[in-house]
Every structure is written in structure tokens, then in C-alpha cells.
Design a protein around this ligand. Structure first.
Ligand code: CP3
Length: 348
């Protein structure tokens, strides 16, 4: 299949005229245009449920900041919400589930598999609208949370600093935790399949809370399920690149090449790019990994972009931040980052 999207080419390890760039959380509060649409929607979840408005904010960073790929505007937590958990976003406090999972009965009550995935119609409608309006040379990234990262919210009921409720389950009732992870994995497989059928060009799996698990347990409680999702999707849609982003697991990198049927490894900002290249660069295209707070300074940004370019040399690389952009970053600094990535890597 041929395409004219340099982002997709880069994911597949092909030569591109320059190294493409996007930013995790690129559609968000640092953009006044986003704040205006969110205000019209009333709140964040309404925005996720409204394909017209979600499409509009998806396209904003492409048009305003100049990134090479759009990422679907939604949230990882719409999945547990549609599985029957009651999601809300409390102002200043982040996401909350009113009835966190504590027992097998709670898990049995959740809606599973294709039925839950089928309820996310607003996501698929948003994707279709974006594809109609996105320039042909830009890619659309669809995404999901990793089962482990989703499970942390479903068990803790909210974000956590210590993950003690989840980890108590990990060490005292691992079977229950595995049952939760398996049920979420089933939904995510169908969810990503439906996103692909609606038109996304690339998949990203966010394991934002990978580092909460001790390295020796990571395979069992997270990696295994991410690999299962990738296997399923690659078996049916081999041309769709998959980006895996486990945040904060240098011990895992240290172990070297681990099998995974995916194309791109997202490197978080705490991992030196040179180490990631040495350990994983032959096997995977690498994405990343500027420390997001460098965006507060244009000089610090340019310095880092040049350093990453020096390591990667414009080969098998996608520029990105090493985690999400923060709400108080000046828009002009985000534009500067994108232009610098495109400038330093341009060939010929
Ligand atoms: O631009 C994009 O990247 C696409 C949209 C996107 C959002 N969330 C929108 C959002 C994506 C890809 C996510 C993923 C997400 N959501 C993750 C994984 C990525 C990561 O950052 O590690 C996680 C852990 C979540 C859960 C979540 N959603 C939290 C913890 C919060 C509150 C924290 C915060 O930043 O306010 C959200 C809310 C959220 N998701 C916002 C946005 C734009 C802010 C909502 C608002 O105030 O408008």
C-alpha cells in the first residue's frame, strides 16, 4: 500500500525527507483555541463525546503548531467508562471513578469485549470526521491506554502516587488483577480494531504508569497484555504501525531486546536516547524524547533537539516529547520545538 504520509513511512523505518514530529498531549490546555472549544462544550467529557468539537481540537495542533501527525482527541479512560464504570473529571483533581473494582463480582458486572467497544461510537465518528478534514500528507494516530495503566484507575478510583491499592492486589490476589487485565485487554483489542476500521493510520498504546511495577513483574502484569493486543492487530492489519510507549522503565531497556510485534518504541524523557538506540534501535524505530519542561525555554529546546538529532542521525526516528506537554507552555515555544525538529533533520 502506498501513502504520502512521512509519519507513516518513518514508523515503518523508511527514509523520509526530514524526521517527523508530534507531541504527546498536543491537543490541550496550552492552546487558547482548545480552551474556547472546551468552554463551548461545557466540560472535558462532553468534548470527548462530541465528534464535531473533538475533530476541531484534534486538528488545532496540526494547523497552529505544524506537527506532522494528529492524535485523536479523546481520553484513555472512556474505555472503563463504557465498560460500566462511572467516570467524572473533578475540577483540579483529575479523573475519578465512583465505584472502584474490589472483587470478582465487580469485574463480572463490567461490560466486556465487543459489546463495550461497540459503545464507543462517538470515537469512531470523530475519526471519520477527522479523516475527511485532515490534509492527505498528515497521519492520524489513534490510541488506547495499556491494560495495566487503565486498571490502575479502575482499582484506585483515581490517579495515585503510590498505587498501593493496585499493588496490594498484585501481591495478595494476583488472580483478580489478571482477571481485570484480561477483561480490559479483550475490550481494547476490539476498540483498536474499530478505530482502524474507522480510519486511523497509526496506533499508540500508552503505558503511562509502567514504572509503578517492579521490573521483575512488568512482563507479567503489563507487557504481556500489550503484546497480546499488538499480536491481534498485526495479525489482521499488518500495514498499520504500532507505537508502544511504556513510561519510565529503564530496567526494561537495560535488559535489551524483548520480543514484541510492534514498530515503534516510545522513549520517555528519563531514558538517554543513546542507551535506547543501543539496546532497541536495531529492532524498533524510536520515538522521543525531549524532557517536556525544556519547552519553557527556546534555547533549552534547541539544545536538546540538536543533541537528539546527533544521536539518531535522522534514521529510524520520530521526534516527540518524552511525556505530555504541560498546560502553561507558551504556544510559540511549542511551534519553535516543531520547527527546530524539522530544521535540524531536513536532508539535502
Ligand atoms: O493531544 C492528545 O494527546 C490527545 C488527547 C489525549 C488526552 N488524554 C486528552 C486529555 C490523550 C492521548 C490522553 C491520554 C491519557 N489520559 C493518558 C495517557 C497519556 C499520558 O499523559 O500519560 C492518561 C494517563 C490519561 C488520564 C487523564 N486524562 C488524566 C490523568 C487527566 C487529568 C490530568 C490533566 O492533564 O488534566 C486527563 C484529562 C485530559 N485528557 C485532558 C486532556 C486534554 C485535560 C482535560 C481538560 O482540562 O481539558
Amino acid at each position: 500500500m502506498s501513502n504520502n504520509k512521512i509519519f507513516v513511512d518513518a514508523c515503518l523505518g523508511k527514509e523520509t525527507p526530514y524526521t517527523p514530529v508530534w507531541m504527546m498531549r498536543q491537543a490541550g490546555r496550552y492552546l487558547p483555541e482548545y480552551m474556547a472549544v472546551r468552554a463551548e462544550a461545557g466540560n472535558f467529557l462532553n468534548l470527548c463525546h462530541d465528534p464535531e468539537k473533538a475533530c476541531e481540537v484534534t486538528l488545532q495542533p496540526v494547523n497552529i503548531v505544524g506537527v506532522d501527525a494528529a492524535i485523536l482527541f479523546s481520553d484513555i479512560l472512556v474505555v472503563p467508562d463504557e465498560m460500566g464504570m462511572d467516570l467524572s473529571f473533578v475540577k483540579g483533581e483529575g479523573p475519578k471513578f465512583s465505584d472502584p473494582l474490589t472483587s470478582q463480582e465487580d469485574v463480572d458486572r463490567l461490560i466486556g469485549g465487543e459489546e463495550a467497544a461497540g459503545k464507543l461510537t462517538y470515537v469512531y465518528d470523530t475519526i471519520k470526521l477527522i479523516k475527511e478534514r485532515l490534509a492527505d500528507d498528515k497521519a492520524l494516530i489513534g490510541f488506547t491506554g495499556a491494560p495495566w495503566t487503565l486498571a490502575t484507575y479502575m482499582i484506585e478510583g483515581q490517579g495515585s502516587k503510590t498505587y498501593n491499592i493496585c499493588k496490594k492486589m498484585m501481591y495478595t490476589n494476583p488472580e483478580l488483577l489478571h482477571n481485570i487485565l484480561a477483561k480490559v485487554t479483550e475490550v481494547v483489542k476490539y476498540y483498536m480494531e474499530k478505530q482502524i476500521q474507522a480510519g486511523i493510520d497509526v496506533v499508540q498504546i500508552f503505558d503511562s504508569w509502567a514504572a509503578a511495577i517492579e521490573p521483575g513483574k512488568y512482563d507479567e502484569f503489563s507487557w504481556k497484555y500489550m503484546i497480546e493486543i499488538a499480536e491481534y492487530l498485526k495479525g489482521k492489519y499488518p500495514h498499520i504501525p504500532i507505537i508502544m510507549f511504556p513510561k519510565g522503565i529503564p530496567a526494561f531497556i537495560e535488559r535489551g531486546l524483548v520480543y514484541g510485534n510492534f514498530d515503534v518504541f516510545g522513549v520517555d524523557w528519563g531514558t538517554p536516547m543513546a542507551l535506547a538506540k543501543e539496546k532497541l534501535g536495531d529492532r524498533y524505530v524510536l520515538q522521543g524524547n525531549m524532557e517536556p519542561c525544556r519547552l519553557y525555554s527556546k534555547e533549552a529546546t534547541t539544545e536538546c533537539v540538536e543533541a537528539i538529532q546527533k544521536v539518531m542521525g535522522g534514521k529510524r526516528h520520530i521526534f516527540n516529547l518524552g511525556h505530555g506537554i504541560l498546560p502553561d507552555v507558551p504556544v510559540e515555544n511549542a511551534i519553535h520545538f516543531v520547527r527546530e525538529c524539522q530544521r535540524v533533520s531536513r536532508k539535502g
